[in-house]
Design a protein around this ligand. Structure first.
Ligand SMILES: [Zn+2]
Length: 157
């Protein structure tokens, strides 16, 4: 980055100073023109670049999982009624007890994988949906030269 006073590119650490309420990142030569201040914790994006700093890295890992849709009971009932079947008819079609269908449609029981697959085949529908699951892993401390991208991506601990 360049010194905000003389415009020369700053090698190493930039100095943050205050002159009449204005915050400037300057080179060491120009730091004498103002009052030296320390970067506040809410000013992460204004941190001087090129500074060796220890950060905790965090990494988001996104997993896609298949999960049963939340309104599975309504979908099953809708599909069943659209075909003019009662719960007994549906139970027969998939070789399950009528009480199972009743319980599924009332959400008394969850949707068993076997039953779900049979219903999906029968109605030619999907009763699962991909769910994005975001895990955040905390990495080890890393010592490195920061780049602008790092400053944006790394959350300070
Ligand atoms: Zn300067």
């Amino acid at each position: 980055m360049d010194c905000e006073i003389c415009g020369e590119s700053i090698k190493g650490e930039a100095t943050t100073i205050e002159i009449d309420g204005t915050i400037l990142n300057v080179c060491s030569k120009c730091s004498k023109y103002g009052k030296k201040i320390y970067t506040k914790k809410d000013a992460t994006s204004k941190r001087p670049l090129g500074q060796k700093t220890t950060f905790k890295t965090t990494k988001n890992v996104i997993e896609i999982k298949e999960e049963v849709v939340s309104d599975y009971n309504e979908i099953i009932r809708r599909e069943r009624e659209a075909r003019g079947w009662d719960q007994k008819d549906l139970a027969k079609k998939i070789n399950e007890k009528e009480s199972i269908i009743k319980k599924i449609e009332r959400r008394d029981i969850g949707l068993d994988d076997t039953v779900r697959e049979k219903l999906e085949k029968l109605f030619k529908i999907r009763l699962t949906e991909p769910i994005k699951d975001v895990h955040t892993y905390k990495g080890d401390n890393v010592k490195k030269d920061l780049t602008l991208g790092d400053v944006v991506n790394i959350k300070r601990k």
